[in-house]
Design a protein around this ligand. Structure first.
Ligand code: NAG
Ligand code: NAG
Ligand code: NAG
Ligand code: NAG
Ligand code: NAG
Ligand code: NAG
Ligand code: NAG
Length: 476
């Protein structure tokens, strides 16, 4: 046992008498990972400093943090903090790490050994959702290098006599071909016979975890009903029996987790432990995104934490009684994430560090001990027309750039804005940009385009057009 492991063991021993109030009680046996951790994403230009962020994390009684890159300042500040640390190998480093041994050694040296053991690094994530279905051609190139790079890193750690750092890779639910019912789940055909067997062999033989990003919010919001909202928020009165296995489910998350277990079992690996590398619920979003509100976000995260820290552990129907360590997404709202509005509203904290809602991350507080929450108001899908217009106060330079972008996608998006055409007047940047955004969004929404335009656009249900110029709208 290395000195760090010994220190950690001693630390746990000292804390045992305090178990009732300590988050350390939730440590997974033999794995040194607290049951609840937090994702510390930094895609915001208005976030507190790393120093203040770590103070905030401590004040939330969180003892495990996952980083999306090995930020040197954060890694240094975490030294001596008693916080377990998970670092990530950026996607674009994976090929280099596999093909260039000296680079791999150097990566581990610079980003792990330089801080270890004072910084309590316990997990290394190789890439982020690298096997996702919508991956770019460049990402797909990386697939073949993923597992070999994981072996490289593990071997370099071993060569340095480090046994207590696990190596894994977080995957998204789109790794599965089907998820319903869970017993019918299989991995996607394009990975099931290639990279997945390699990955499972690595995880099994190194006693690592299968890391999954699992968000009940997404399947629920694609088909939002009141009954299934309760099922997604862990407060369903109804249970669902999987006809294939006979197992009884009371919430969406368990179905997602067991789907992974059934898919792994079909490839011959029934015993690899699960780890939720991301989960959460957005507290805000756009008009076309139901259920993204503070009420649901608070209830989801509170119920999640209580469930994942329960003693004895609850586990899932396929694996009762087993702890599934979980990283909540996310510490902050991150204003530089693009995509739909929810993307910028996953935080437990606002970007200035204020909590979005009360939450006890040790899982010991009962519902009745929380202050009342504002009711969720948008739990049903909006029905009607929506337009996408320039946001109030949008920066004019940026607006010009986004207007050109929207009009340059072809397909006549901006034909009506040409001189003499019905929407040319009034000749203002706001008017033209708003028309172009609405037109572009209507045309490309079905292909995943969002009403974002680098933060310069917002959705509206008020018809922005005029008598002579009709703005294209999205009809829900
Ligand atoms: C391997 O990486 C090192 C940097 O760590 C670099 O100096 C060297 O040129 C690389 N070798 C190849 C073949 O790319
Ligand atoms: C795939 O989709 C996810 C979620 O919509 C997004 O975060 C990610 O950036 C996408 N990846 C690529 C390569 O487009
Ligand atoms: C299981 O999946 C297969 C195809 O993936 C499908 O044909 C079958 O109906 C599914 N079974 C159930 C019970 O849904
Ligand atoms: C997985 O690991 C266990 C324990 O090390 C081992 O007994 C089992 O044979 C492995 N499974 C496979 C399919 O290699
Ligand atoms: C769903 O819940 C909302 C608010 O709680 C309520 O107004 C609405 O009538 C419910 N819809 C159905 C179909 O029960
Ligand atoms: C649903 O399942 C849970 C636990 O599996 C059980 O406690 C509860 O009584 C069940 N509810 C119903 C309505 O069967
Ligand atoms: C836009 O036009 C291009 C070619 O001009 C075509 O391939 C594409 O399918 C069109 N898209 C839509 C949404 O009409």
């Amino acid at each position: 046992m290395g000195s760090a492991a010994a220190a950690a063991a001693a630390f746990r021993f000292l804390l045992l008498p305090l178990a009732v109030v300590s988050p350390y009680i939730a440590l997974v046996r033999g794995a040194d990972i607290p049951a609840i951790g937090i994702n510390y994403g930094q895609l915001g230009d208005d976030l507190p400093s790393p120093y203040r962020s770590i103070e905030l994390i401590k004040s939330m009684q969180v003892t495990s943090v996952k980083l999306y890159d090995p930020n040197p300042e954060v890694m240094r500040l975490l030294a001596g903090s008693k916080i377990y640390v998970t670092v990530m190998v950026p996607n674009q480093e994976i090929v280099n790490i596999n093909t260039n041994h000296s680079l791999a050694v150097r990566w581990v040296q610079d980003n792990v050994l330089a801080y270890y053991p004072q910084t309590m690094i316990r997990l290394i994530m190789v890439g982020n959702e690298i096997l996702s279905h919508n991956a770019s051609a460049e990402d797909m190139q990386i697939w073949n290098h993923l597992v070999p790079a994981m072996y490289k890193i593990k071997n370099i750690l071993r060569a340095n006599n480090i046994q207590n750092i696990k190596v894994g890779t977080p995957l998204a639910m789109d790794i599965l071909q089907t998820t319903s019912p869970p017993s019918n789940a299989t991995f996607r055909r394009d990975v099931a016979l290639t990279v997945m067997p390699q990955l499972l062999r690595f995880l099994n033989s190194t006693k690592s975890y299968f890391f999954i990003d699992a968000y009940p919010y997404f399947p629920w919001s694609a088909n939002p009903t009141n009954a299934s909202l309760d099922y997604a928020l862990f407060k369903s009165q109804r249970n669902y029996t999987d006809p294939g296995s006979g197992l009884v489910y009371s919430n969406f998350l368990d179905e997602m987790l067991d789907s992974v277990i059934f898919a792994m079992t079909k490839l011959g690996y029934p015993d690899i432990r699960l780890f939720i590398s991301e989960t959460g619920w957005p507290h805000g979003g756009d008009i076309d995104q139901p259920g993204a509100n503070i009420y649901n976000a608070a209830i989801y995260n509170r119920n999640l934490v209580r469930r994942m820290t329960a003693k004895p552990p609850i586990g899932t129907p396929a694996r009762p009684g087993v702890v599934i360590p979980t990283f909540i997404f996310s510490l902050y709202d991150e204003n530089q994430k693009d995509g739909p509005g929810t993307e910028r509203h996953w935080g437990l904290l606002h970007s200035d560090g204020r909590p979005v809602f009360d939450i006890d991350l040790t899982g010991s507080r009962a519902d009745s001990e929380y202050r009342a929450l504002p009711e969720g108001h948008n739990n049903e899908a909006y029905k009607g027309k929506i337009w996408c217009i320039a946001a109030r106060g949008a920066d004019m330079r940026g607006l010009g750039r986004e207007l050109r972008y929207a009009c340059n996608q072809g397909n006549g998006t901006c034909d009506a804005l040409a001189p003499g055409k019905e929407c040319y007047e009034p000749v203002s940047l706001i008017w033209h940009a708003s028309y172009a955004f609405s037109s572009y969004w209507k045309q490309f929404r079905s292909q995943g385009a969002t009403c974002y335009f680098n933060g310069l656009a917002v959705q509206t249900t008020r018809n922005p057009g005029s008598e002579s110029c009709k703005f294209p709208s999205v009809t829900l």
